[in-house]
Design a protein. Structure first.
Length: 110
């Protein structure tokens, strides 16, 4: 039987770890390297888990130091950074889609 994750910080850690295994660190060699793809992926998983929009997720990240620490964030991204990451990481056929579905399947089971 699989373990159910109900804690957002635990989910963030699990999503970051899964993203580090499945995704290259950066989408392009000349990208700004502010956030790894694993960090962005984990934030997108959290967005789905918390059922909030990009701006609300950024607000949570600004206020929730445990969450920032779990994601190893030195700064909080602008909401548009998350929008662009979602377009890139969650497009049809991208590895992030199936990875997100697997992670979220372990949450909110009742």
């Amino acid at each position: 039987m699989s373990k159910t994750i109900k804690d957002p910080v635990a989910l963030a850690r699990a999503a970051l770890k899964a993203g580090q295994k499945a995704l290259p660190p950066y989408s392009h060699a000349k990208s700004p390297h502010k956030y790894t793809q694993a960090q962005l992926f984990a934030m997108l998983v959290l967005r789905e888990f918390l059922r909030v929009d990009y701006r609300k997720l950024v607000a949570y990240l600004e206020q929730w130091s445990d969450l920032r620490e779990a994601l190893d964030l030195k700064r909080v991204p602008h909401y548009s950074t998350l929008c662009y990451a979602a377009d890139r990481l969650l497009k049809k056929g991208a590895p992030g889609v199936s990875l997100m579905q697997r992670l979220l399947s372990h949450t909110r089971k009742t």
